[in-house]
Design a protein around this ligand. Structure first.
Ligand code: ATP
Length: 370
């Protein structure tokens, strides 16, 4: 029986991020929402790359722009959102010339092909992806018939096979079930099966397990990791849960108010965090060996109102290391930590941060005052 074609091959490399192979590179992305009460500057110069065959975690508190970054990659930002600036470079294969997704028409055939064939997205709520009026099997078959084979019998066989691979008991029966007939964990598996049915080069997983109980969450995370290793799909894993990051990710980008403030291999994020925001995020989670009575620390203050203006470093109003006259005036540039380009930070505690002249920021440091 022919297996679905695996489009992407894992290529392990010890090179720097600039040299390393990526599937998607987001460069200096700006996104605004033009609402009736004002402009929300949701993304303010987001830059990062998703390494081929690896899992990149995107973490940060609610409202920092994680989901909108994922939706931007698929050109699915809802109105009244508008991408103002930036590039999203996509490379299907390592040797391909990159395609700038933002140059493609939102509804063009090429964009639809990328959405259906190369990049899949899964959400916290499976019913966002699953259609309640079609059986699970029909929905998976539809994707396979559209992108892989016109043969209905073969499509059915592949649909059942992928349901088996995501650990569904009795996949033949599940294929004939409607979404409402399944439990939450089963629906999540069905959604993953649907997303992986075309062996995408990239899977964008937006809090896919947040709504599940911890036991089911652990099973689904294991499954995703297994399938990722088997198929070689890259994953952009959006979460606010640092425990999930430790379990799932190879690299991590920490976002604060529409900007990446630190990115590094996962071990560096946990054992050598640099940005005060990353450190605060880590202090707010329980750790093994921590004294029972020790209270978890809450990050001081709250995320600024989306319409408000912050000058300098967007984190300065909450930062324990705040340096008046610098942090509230100058937006820190992204700099490598001790010359290591795999680990970068945007913070004035580290050399090289004062590169950009004084700038005003809106909602988390939009670059330039308007
Ligand atoms: N339709 C919209 N209209 C106006 N502002 C929006 C809209 N959608 C998102 N935003 C704003 O964009 C910013 C980024 O939102 P986003 O959903 O990406 O955050 P997030 O980090 O994914 O948060 P969460 O973890 O809660 O999903 C937020 O300030 C949010 O209020």
């Amino acid at each position: 029986m022919a297996e679905p074609v695996i489009k992407n091959q894992v290529k392990t490399t010890e090179s720097t991020p600039q040299e390393a192979d990526y599937v998607v590179e987001v460069k200096d992305l700006y996104l605004n929402f033009y609402t009736q009460v004002g402009v929300v500057r949701a993304l303010n110069g987001v830059s990062f790359s998703i390494p081929r065959g690896k899992v990149l975690g995107i973490v940060g508190e609610s409202g920092c722009g994680k989901s909108q970054t994922g939706l931007s990659i698929l050109q699915l930002v809802p109105p009244p959102g508008r991408i103002e600036k930036g590039q999203i470079l996509f490379k299907r294969n390592p040797d391909d010339e990159p395609i700038d997704i933002l140059k493609l028409g939102r509804n063009s055939d090429e964009m639809r092909n990328i959405r259906g064939d190369d990049i899949s997205m899964i959400f916290q709520e499976p019913m966002t992806s699953l259609n309640p009026v079609y059986t699970i099997g029909d929905q998976i078959m539809e994707a396979i018939l559209l992108h892989q084979t016109p043969d209905k019998k073969e499509a059915r066989r592949r649909a059942v096979d992928i349901l088996r691979r995501v650990g569904m008991p009795n996949p033949e029966r599940i294929a004939d079930s409607y979404p409402h007939e399944l439990s939450g964990g089963m629906r999540q598996r069905a959604m993953i099966a649907l997303a992986l049915s075309c062996t995408p080069v990239l899977l964008i997983a937006d809090e896919p397990t947040t709504a599940l109980d911890v036991t089911t969450e652990a099973v689904i995370l294991d499954l995703m990791r297994e399938l990722q290793a088997e198929i070689g799909t890259s994953i952009m894993f959006v979460t606010h849960n640092m425990g999930v990051v430790a379990q799932m990710c190879d690299e991590v980008a920490v976002m604060y108010l529409g900007r990446v403030v630190e990115r590094a291999p996962v071990d560096d994020i946990f054992y050598n965090p640099k940005h005060p925001y990353t450190i605060a995020l880590l202090r707010s989670i329980p750790r093994i060996g921590q004294k029972k009575r020790k209270r978890l620390e809450v990050i001081k203050g709250s995320v600024p109102d989306p319409y408000s203006t912050v000058t300098g470093c967007p984190f300065h109003p909450r930062c324990p290391n705040f340096m008046p006259g610098l942090c509230d005036k100058v937006l820190p540039a992204e700099t490598p930590v001790n010359g290591d380009t795999k680990h970068t930070v945007r913070c004035h505690l580290y050399p090289g941060s004062v590169e950009v002249p004084s700038q005003a920021s809106t909602h988390g440091g939009a670059a330039v005052a308007s």
